[in-house]
Design a protein. Structure first.
Length: 155
């Protein structure tokens, strides 16, 4: 892992040296987009190879922006170009209703994979259709990215 603070030149040189000595997988932290573009020329990223470039400042900025725009979202992980795993506090419109009555899969294409109760640290991964959503619950689900805002919107 190449993680050399703000010294972009040192980061690039170390990355080149690691590839020259045959390191199969290099994970490099970058400080900005230009730094990332330079390392993309050196490393085999994505479908081309195993190397990885991490943009911590960009990732944190996206996380903070998400929390500001969508305060119900506790965690959001891209699974594909169109789907995300979300850990979300339920919007008020679904509190007090059962999963079967909500029919989340039909209306929002949500696949609920678990629910963490407010009064329990355990996650129930065998959620029953009659389970009532309560204030303080956390829903773990996979859903299309374009349905998140629709789901969170209060009617």
């Amino acid at each position: 892992m190449v993680c050399i603070g703000e010294n972009i030149e040192a980061s690039i040189l170390v990355t080149v040296l690691l590839k020259e000595i045959g390191v199969r997988k290099v994970i490099a932290k970058v400080t900005n987009d230009l730094h990332g573009k330079v390392l993309e020329k050196i490393l085999l990223v994505g479908a081309k190879g195993e190397d990885e470039i991490i943009y911590p400042y960009k990732d944190i900025a996206e996380l903070v922006a998400t929390k500001l725009v969508r305060p119900n979202i506790q965690e959001e992980i891209n699974l594909s170009a169109n789907h995300k795993f979300v850990r979300v506090s339920p919007p008020k419109k679904i509190i007090g209703k059962s999963l079967v009555d909500l029919n989340l899969r039909k209306f929002y294409e949500i696949n609920v994979i678990g629910i963490k109760s407010a009064n329990n640290d355990n996650v129930d991964f065998s959620v029953k259709p009659g389970r009532i959503i309560e204030t303080g619950d956390t829903i773990l689900a996979v859903m299309p990215s374009n349905m998140i805002d629709k789901f969170l919107k209060e009617d």
